[in-house]
Design a protein. Structure first.
Length: 233
């Protein structure tokens, strides 16, 4: 056993030497207990602040949807910010585990303000099977995994993407709304349930609103929303 551990440590040392783990934001070599993001960049993360138990910046996006009770996001997102590299890594660069790690941190904060009270299960925003096959994973599921590990809530993939849609990037608010029309369907009986709907980034809220409309038609009693990032407008 000692010999096997020694060999493993040597292999890990070689990998770390040639492919060092670097901060997703500043690219500084990570040290000690740092994972994905260095301590300096993490503490400077542009957070979405909660006041009196709510995040008005998020809630305001869903005022027209009566089924949505509250919405929260971990940090503010801008495509021109160095912090956008976090979302790019999670979404496009095969690092979904970063989403899980950040979601654990955010979920621990939310647990302390009872955000998960009354929720029956977690629902990640799905990808169409073609897109998920191309990407290899659904980043929202990995974020949901981190929240589940802290909250104890199960993940239920009750929403499915029944037809593909083009990327929302660079689309106007109206284009985004039309782009996701009819995309989602419900695959089981969820009447009377309250769910936590999870996505990676909220921009206009069009994708989440469309999903909420389908959940309401299916008889869901209430929805809370959680995302890692909230796009600055």
């Amino acid at each position: 056993m000692k010999f096997e551990n020694a060999i493993r440590n040597i292999k890990e040392g070689i990998v770390e030497f040639f492919f060092p783990h670097c901060c997703a934001v500043c690219e500084k070599h990570l040290v000690g207990d740092e994972r994905f993001i260095c301590d300096t960049c993490f503490h400077a993360l542009p957070r979405v602040r909660m006041q009196r138990g709510v995040m008005s910046e998020v809630d305001d996006l869903f005022l027209g949807c009566r089924i949505v009770k509250h919405g929260v996001s971990f940090f503010k997102y801008s495509r021109y910010s160095k912090y956008s590299e976090i979302i790019k890594d999670i979404k496009y660069r095969n690092k979904p585990e970063m989403g899980t790690a950040l979601a654990r941190i955010f979920a621990q904060e939310l647990l302390e303000v009872n955000y998960f009270d009354g929720i029956d299960f977690i629902v990640p925003i799905p990808l169409h099977r073609k897109k998920q096959r191309e990407r290899g994973y659904n980043q929202s599921w990995y974020i949901a995994k981190g929240v589940s590990e802290i909250s104890g809530l199960p993940i239920e993939e009750v929403v499915e993407a029944v037809k593909p849609h083009k990327t929302q990037t660079a689309k106007t608010a109206d284009q985004r709304k039309n782009n996701v029309k009819g995309v989602f369907g419900i695959n089981k009986n969820i009447t009377g349930k309250q769910v936590l709907l999870i996505d990676d980034v909220i921009t206009t809220g069009a994708t989440l609103m469309e999903c909420c409309d389908e959940l309401e038609k299916a008889g869901v009693r209430g929805v809370k929303i959680l995302s890692l990032a909230l796009a600055e407008r």
